[in-house]
Design a protein around this ligand. Sequence first.
Ligand code: FA5
Length: 337
Amino acid sequence: MQSRVHEIRREFDRDLAGARDPEALERVRARYLGRRAGLLTGLLRDLREVPSAGRAAFGKAVNDLKAHVEEALEAAQARLVPGSAREAPIDLTLPGRVQRPGASHPITQVSALIEEIFLEMGYTLESGPQVETDFYNFEALNIPAHHPARDMQDTFYVEGGLLLRTHTSPVQIRTMQKRRPPVRMVALGRVFRRDSDITHSPVFHQVEGLVVAEGITFAHLKGTLAHFCRKVFGKGIRIRLRPSYFPFVEPGAEYDISCIFCGGSGCSRCKGTGYIEMGGAGMVHPAVFEKVGYDPELFTGFAFGLGIERIAMLKHGIDDIRLFFENDLRFLSQFPG
Ligand code: FA5
């Protein structure tokens, strides 16, 4: 009788190995476990006829075979019938999964605020390529080859005489080439310089502003910058312009805001001066107008540029620019937007 058990086991293993689809599997199940004609069912029925001396051993052998058959059928079912694998039991004591809502990057948030302020004043939003030609980044901005002003912005050069733009000012040129005055535009975007320390990054973002029409004066520039800085930092902010040099503007200036930390009385953040530097500005140089075919006798204009990281750092009291580029969630999650 025991040998019959072994024989059925061998047969079962062979049949199961040959079952390649759910239908074949069902046929194997019926052949061995079928209620009436199943081979195992038959063995159990035979148990009654086994002399009592060998009944226990035979019973055990049949039960072992049954356990083997059931287990093997279940494993084959999980393999052959999609979705039939028994799910792992659910542990109701586990804590739930936390859904962390995403948010835009702090630089994106500040950029959106800047765009909104200028769009509200009727400016158009312009853009230009990050890989630029020498003409747009320097030449058309009145910075010819070998001009010492090129050293002010340490440049990354790429193949084919191209370069990574060092400022957003080339977008001024591209816009003026496309359009006749009046022009009132801002351009926000990524710029690149060989520059790296706690407040300077090789990749950073600038905003460029340009207004050209008949009768535009320095007063329009100052009023625009004051309005912008008050919108960003609050009503009580004062602005200050200092003479400076950029080849594409004349006169040129740098502009500061009254220190947002001490209100102007002098502190460590403003190095005791009461003012914080914001960016460069000035009246568009006639040589730039000539490059784009605007008549400098007829039109005047102002332009300004500033660093977006700088604004974000001031607004949020951040003193290391690298935090914006490291993508550390502990930092980013502090700006839910
Ligand atoms: C310019 O880039 C001029 N194109 C701005 C301009 C536009 C002047 C139109 C006149 C008319 P400057 O090199 O100073 O200027 O850069 C402007 C601002 O960019 C700086 O005030 C600073 O806030 C930011 N900036 C400059 N270099 C870096 C850097 N490596 N990392 C982060 N921010 C920087």
